[in-house]
Ligand binder design. Sequence first.
Ligand code: AMP
Ligand code: ZN
Length: 474
Amino acid sequence: MKFYNSLTKNLEIFPKKDSVNIYSCGPTVYDFAHIGNLRTFLFEDLLIRTLKDDGYQVTHTRNITDIDDKTIQSAQEQKIPLLEFTSKYTEEFFNDLKNLNFDQSSTTYLKATDYIAPMIVMIQELIDKNHAYETEDGVYFKTSSFNHYGDFAGLNLENIQQGASGSNSDFTKEDFGDFVLWKKHKESDGDVYWESTWGKGRPGWHTECAAMVNHQYPEGLDIHTGGIDLLFPHHTNEKAHCECLSSKPMAKFWLHATHLLVDNKKMSKSLGNFYTVRDLIDKGFDYKTIRFYLQTEAHYRTPLNFTIEGLKGAESALKRVNNFICEIIEKLTTTPNYQLKENFDTYLNDLLKENAYTYSDDSLKENFNKHLHDDLNIPGAMGEIFTTINNFYKGIAIDIENTFKDLERINHILDVFDFPHENILNDTTQKLYDLRIIARQEKNWSESDRLRDELLSHGIEIRDSKDGVSIRKI
Ligand code: AMP
Ligand code: ZN
């Protein structure tokens, strides 16, 4: 498996090992996440699922930035206590993750405000080791004390301009390139502060992630991820914190996702040119289409210009795969291995169990993997699926059972296709479906037909044939 490492600016082989720890910079919770943020988070989801599929045990941490200039300012503008304000958007963020089928089973979420004490300890250590100094308005990191500070982002230290610290109001620092670790309390911060050796105040943004990584992974990270805008100053500064205090690299691999654009400009909250998941749901798209589009439309290091037309294209492409799955399931019912309709689920389950993890070298799953293992080349991987589908419709013979197995396994990574029956039915339609099975067992055909029509009104089409029952979403 190879990834493009921003540290070495090269495609590098990722080592084979049992476990991998990953840290991803999370959302700043002063508004809903926009789909640009979610594109980056979905690239991380693809990374985690690909590693897991390849047998790695993944431990993933994502922070929630619930204290910074923007959260304080927005909470004040809306006259809501900071914690109440950020809790609302944190909850909304978790709703997005759930709705978009994020794999959360390996992820720990850390709120910055829960880790203020380790941040204070870290800042004190940096002062003790002469990497930081106190001024009248805060504590600053002395960038000149860290060799090769600018190398990561390809910057010449002398060229780093004012503003690199993330705030234009840090007048007291010794050098333009120095950045703030602790901001002493100002009147405009209201009642938001923590006590420290340097008086009341709050941590700088870069210190938040640095201290949480250090706290969680003292041995360093295998992979650190985020959007490309974070490379400088945020990741450069996080790295400086950690590597001044430890001889180990903060992370062996740094992976950065390129931006989602609108009209070829970065989608961002400050430009106001953003869409949230809710906006797209209101326009009639569903969660799986949004997930599919953001995750598979482009390689994570290629800019993606968002358009509604593009999203509609993804909707059709996803339908094409789902229809294909229905067709091959219908075909499965004619394979010699399939016997009775009552055994259909058992048959599918057995099919998936048998040789579930061994795929021949030229199988769809193996070909799909080859692309993903090449720096998560998702467009290439999707191309394999569409080639198989096109061949099928052209009448080229494909191995139906293996294609079904491969797609089901691929869906452990993508989590976006509809596989009968579990994925298609929700609580309501599952009940109707179960009632219909009973009605048919009781040979109550009129009730069975009524339930079929009711399912249709919920967008679920049931087709009965001599070989069994097939079910599809329309
Ligand atoms: P924020 O909520 O601004 O702290 O950003 C959360 C994550 O979203 C970070 O990894 C950012 O780099 C990323 N991000 C912000 N804007 C975009 C965008 N337009 N496209 C892709 N990722 C983005
Ligand atoms: Zn961070």
